[in-house]
Design a protein around this ligand. Sequence first.
Ligand SMILES: *[C@@H]1O[C@H](CO)[C@@H](O)[C@H](O)[C@H]1NC(C)=O
Ligand SMILES: *[C@@H]1O[C@H](CO)[C@@H](O)[C@H](O)[C@H]1NC(C)=O
Length: 534
Amino acid sequence: TFFFSNISSDNIDLETVLKECSGALDLFLNNRFMDALALLKPRNQSMYHAMGYSSILVMQAGMTFEPKDMDAAMSASLPIVSICPTSPVVSFVSTEEMHAELCYAEVLLQKAALTFLDESIIGFIKGGMRIRNSYQIYKDCQAMINAMEDKEKLTSTLTHFRGGVSMGIGSFNLMLSLLPSRVLRLMEFLGFSGDREMGLSELRSGAASNSLRSILSTLTLLMFHLYISVILGIGDGDLKEAEALLAPYKNKFPNGALILFYTARIAVLKGNFTFAQEKYLACIASQEEWRQIHHLCYWELMWAYSFEQNWREAYHYANLLSKESKWSQAVYVFQKAAILSMLPEEEVTELGENVVQLFRQVEGLRLKIAGKSIPTEKFAAKKAQRYVSSVPGKLVVPALEMMYVWNGFTVVGKRPELTENILSTLEKTEDQLRNETHPSEYHQDDECLVQLLKGLCLRELGRLVQAEICFNRVISRWSHLTAPHHTLELTACFFAMMNYKDYSMESRLHFRIHAALNTMGSFAAKLPPSRTPA
Ligand SMILES: *[C@@H]1O[C@H](CO)[C@@H](O)[C@H](O)[C@H]1NC(C)=O
Ligand SMILES: *[C@@H]1O[C@H](CO)[C@@H](O)[C@H](O)[C@H]1NC(C)=O
């Protein structure tokens, strides 16, 4: 009936297993990734060791995108399935079996993540089914712990169990809550739940649970507050909570790469770019084993310098990314060219770069995942098209536009003097456009973009009346535009306006936005994903 082998080959008890894994986790957080792997590997027959081992490999595969790492991760996660039960289980017998069930749910998720990276539609469907199974098991586990809590005091192993369940249920709810409401309704129909508040509260209790998986709940919450909410523009992440979550780990792992990384990110979101730059450099210096963490830092450093309009430094990191990282060459090369476009031509030549040639490379560098192109890459390629013709067009302030795409204006808005500097760059560009004697075919487009970005700066500076004038200029112009590549800027503009909440002209604006969107019909479908409202 119940297929389950020993917790470990040499019959050490669950408590010991958990302690050992906790030791491996400490190594991991101290940047000793290989040592952590080595500690987990010899006991590969224990479900927890196997889980930890494959988690690290899956993380590595996700970071490198290397086929050999993917294979390693895939084959590492295979044996666990034969240790953990093979099907959802109705009645549980022992604590060990409960833990096995939980591990199984986690492995299913890991495997799902890997199959999504596989390029086929079959992979996609398989991944979806694994996620569904995994979710079901988490729900079973949750029902079990709920039934139990009144009767029994939680032993230490049950604390670990409960922490794991909170992590899973919390992450599922949080992630699903980010889906567009149409998709979410479908998912709810399929038995999933996407309750954001519930997800956050489960993760909070997971993070506070003092269990093996506390750190995973913590990292998920940090990811939500410091990235997801910022990029999706669903409100400011809760920086206070992020700091509080990170504080105990900062004490325990002052030189841990992940900890330094998040410390720096918090500083970025506070507008403290100098401090952030220091911490990112410290994060890079802290380890050499996982170069991909360096790449994350380069990306962040590129932005931190872009916010300061220190384009030389920003270029330095964009260049490193385009040379070293495999994640998205199209985006990196676009980003590099965009940043170079902000520099005077002499400086670009001095750096030995050619903006036109870089933009022309973008299209050819695009990736496909699960047979689909990546929206950010598609966006970059579309922008870069201007440079393809034999008489190349020119993008105006492309680096600032990308800043908008990644919702960077809300970040730089924390620093009024830097926002003023960006505003003055935009005003110069506005002048240049106005003075053009032979306006290009993109002229209207460019003017709209500049007005939109100006409006954003003014809004961040609290100069709302002027901001509205800019946004209105965009709106009054869009009716003259017909080409599809206009729609992104315009949609962006409407979302910028929707962020107007609390301001006096709110209802008026909403009315206009509504009317305008109606006229524009279906273009919401063309939004880049990062701007899709949840
Ligand atoms: C940046 O953060 C550091 C550390 O928290 C602090 O000492 C420094 O004063 C901050 N700088 C600014 C400009 O806020
Ligand atoms: C644009 O023209 C105005 C007046 O003709 C001039 O003062 C200004 O310097 C020009 N700006 C640029 C950027 O060429």
